[in-house]
Design a protein around this ligand. Structure first.
Ligand code: ATP
Length: 227
């Protein structure tokens, strides 16, 4: 269980997140939405301990996630893919995967390549020469090399063509189904993400203005009024 318990966080005098609570069962899929500056990235950073909450706490399987100890948090099973192409451009696809899994079971690369056949075909290719969608898949594959229980993704579809977005969303579903990995996906592309997730959270100026089933949100004709 991953529990975000009354988390408030900010930067100096600015409060970026206000009293956010979410409890997620293993393997759940949460979409986090909201305008620019709503606090989405801050929430992900608080969950992995990359940013310290000023109030509240995050617990994973009952144990707190302390701020400032991200490598330890990754070893405990939380992987964070920040916005942008998080690959080593001058290394091959295979080297990227192996470097990411350096402290983990390297044989897991076989499983990752099964989920992403594109990466298997391109294992010798220099990562920087791959397309945006392929690099996004590699970033997902790299995070998977740590065999996470939870995968936190910050705007994985940014800059991708709609057909590639569908592909990346399908790969995330495959990861969730194949390994039981829970997903927390921050996205601007709300319609595409609502097809992937089962729960949704909309943030506005750091506050939760909607929290519930993704299906309930998709059915709302006034969906955009929440933003
Ligand atoms: P976007 O969709 O644009 O990425 P977001 O919803 O992820 O936005 P955050 O990045 O969490 O929003 O930012 C929330 C607020 O905190 C914004 O007002 C932002 O300017 C501010 N902020 C974020 N990082 C810092 C920082 N390092 N120092 C000061 N203020 C920050």
């Amino acid at each position: 269980m991953l529990e975000i318990d009354h988390v408030t966080a900010g930067y100096g005098t600015l409060t970026a997140l206000r009293d956010i609570s979410v409890a997620l069962e293993p393997g759940a899929r949460l979409g986090v939405f909201g305008h620019n500056g709503a606090g989405k990235t801050t929430l992900l950073r608080c969950i992995v301990g990359a940013h310290a909450a000023s109030a509240g706490s995050v617990r994973f399987n009952g144990e707190p996630i302390p701020p400032g100890r991200v490598p330890e948090t990754v070893r405990r099973g939380l992987a964070f893919v920040p916005q942008g192409h998080n690959v080593f451009p001058n290394l091959s696809v295979e080297r990227n995967l192996r470097v990411s899994g350096l402290l983990f079971d390297q044989s897991f690369i076989k499983e990752v390549l099964k989920v992403f056949p594109v990466l298997d075909e391109r294992r010798a290719q220099r990562a920087g020469s791959m397309s945006g969608g392929e690099q996004q898949m590699l970033a997902l594959g790299m995070a998977l090399m740590t065999q996470p229980k939870w995968l936190l993704l910050d705007e994985p579809s940014t800059g991708l063509a709609p057909v590639i977005v569908r592909n990346v969303m399908a790969q995330m579903r495959k990861v969730n189904e194949s390994f039981g990995t829970g997903l927390i996906v921050v996205e601007q592309n709300v319609p595409a993400t609502l097809k992937l997730v089962d729960q949704a959270l909309i943030l506005k100026s750091g506050k939760a203005v909607f929290q519930g089933e993704a299906g309930e949100l998709s059915a709302k004709p006034d969906l955009w009024e929440w933003f």
